[in-house]
Design a protein around this ligand. Structure first.
Ligand code: PLP
Length: 386
């Protein structure tokens, strides 16, 4: 059976050129980058070349990129590291109700350590209001963390405006760009952002490697203590093949980002337009300010999980939300924050597109989905009561 992958927000396949670039660093060029002999030097050189490529993807300087084990570590590093380094200045953090757990959980942890966190609400499209950010600032605020785009609903947040507000007040601004780096252009030469998280596996790189951009001068404490790697910001022997792969993926993404964005937007819009033809469906997230590859709809009176299983039987891989929480039965905190009832939140389906998605795949989904919805609604007690 034909298999169609539409869960690119969960992870992407590693690009064949990325695999090729990584391969020599497993066995032939295995040196420890901290060693001073030639084996070590060639690994070190590979890391620095990768750092240049990742920096170039987002318009940063090479020395402002610290490699990590992924998006989660980058978020934790940014939030806990800035909080710890600046606790004498203040103990208040502003974030939003729809952040990824990799931001929400470190914030919750900091609340147990005496910090105060404001979780800003969002509007019906999942948009944070910069005016609310401004109002929430106190003389104790040391950090604002608002994601660049939401992983579930695809809404792109007004980070430029929020960053300006933060910078005018002398408050650090962190953004989780795990879903945007490599998918929409980012230029940190112009964007007022102090810290930015990325993850390689969301942009056709390998899993288990990410980066945190730390603007020069930001006061931050490391939480991995040990050796002097990454300019003493992140101890532990570097994941050389992973970092090399991330570099290659960043280089490819930089050259393809514009074209791919246009191509995917057309496919996304076709999917959305046609799915919304099915009665009692609604689009979750912003209609236009959304990731080029994100479709998130609620198909009322049906459980998202049943839709997923039925789509899977037809070879289509989608999701109901974030992969990290898809085993939880709780409705998504993101969809609830939009004001959806738990029932409508449970009825969500997320299809995220990527490099292998073709117009034929979109047609196939549109051919199969209405039948699945019809079948499940006939079985749904909620639908019968309607
Ligand atoms: N932040 C966002 C917005 C994400 O979508 C994800 C992954 O789903 C993460 C952080 C965590 O990234 P990683 O899987 O690399 O730890």
């Amino acid at each position: 059976m034909k298999r169609i992958y539409m869960d690119y927000a969960a992870t992407t396949p590693t690009h064949p050129d990325v695999v090729k670039a990584m391969k020599p660093y497993f066995a032939d060029m295995f040196g420890n980058p901290s060693s001073i002999h030639s084996f070590g030097r060639e690994s070190k050189e590979a890391i620095e070349q990768a750092r240049d490529k990742v920096a170039n993807l987002v318009g940063a300087r090479n020395e402002e990129i610290v490699f990590t084990s992924g998006g989660t570590e980058s978020d934790n590093f940014a939030i806990k590291g800035v909080a710890d380094a600046n606790k004498k200045k203040g103990s208040h953090i502003i974030t939003s109700a729809i952040e990824h757990h990799a931001v929400i959980e470190p914030c919750k942890f900091l609340e147990t350590q005496g910090f105060k966190v404001t979780y800003l609400p969002v509007d019906e499209y999942g948009m944070v209001n910069p005016g609310d950010v401004k109002k929430a600032i106190t003389d104790k605020t040391i950090l604002i963390s608002i994601m660049h785009a939401n992983n579930e609903i695809g809404t792109i947040e007004p980070i430029e405006e929020i960053g300006k507000i933060a910078s005018e007040k002398g408050i650090y601004f962190h953004t989780d760009a795990v879903q945007t780096a490599g998918h929409i252009p980012i230029n940190l030469k112009e964007l007022p952002v102090d810290l930015l998280s990325m993850s390689a596996h969301k942009l056709y790189g390998p899993k288990g490697v990410g980066a945190l951009y730390i603007r020069k001068g930001v006061q931050i404490v490391s939480f991995m203590h040990g050796g002097d790697q990454e300019h003493r910001r992140r101890a532990s022997t570097e994941n050389v093949p992973g970092i090399v792969g991330f570099g290659k993926a960043a280089e490819i993404a930089k050259s393809e980002v514009e074209e791919e964005r246009k191509r995917l937007t057309v496919l996304r819009d076709k999917l959305i337009k046609n799915i919304l033809q099915i009665e009692n469906t609604r689009l979750n997230g912003h209609p236009s300010l959304r990731l080029p590859n994100n479709v998130n709809v609620s198909v009322e009176f049906i459980e998202g999980e049943s839709m997923l299983l039925n789509l899977d039987l037809m070879g289509i891989a989608g999701s109901t939300g974030s992969a990290c929480t898809s085993s939880a039965l709780e409705p998504s905190h993101v969809l609830l924050a939009l004001g959806l009832s738990p029932e409508v939140a449970h009825a969500s389906l997320r299809l995220t597109l990527g490099s292998e998605t073709t117009a034929g795949d979109v047609d196939y989904v549109l051919e199969v989905l209405p039948g699945i919805v019809k079948k499940l609604r006939l079985m749904s007690p909620l639908y019968k009561k309607k």
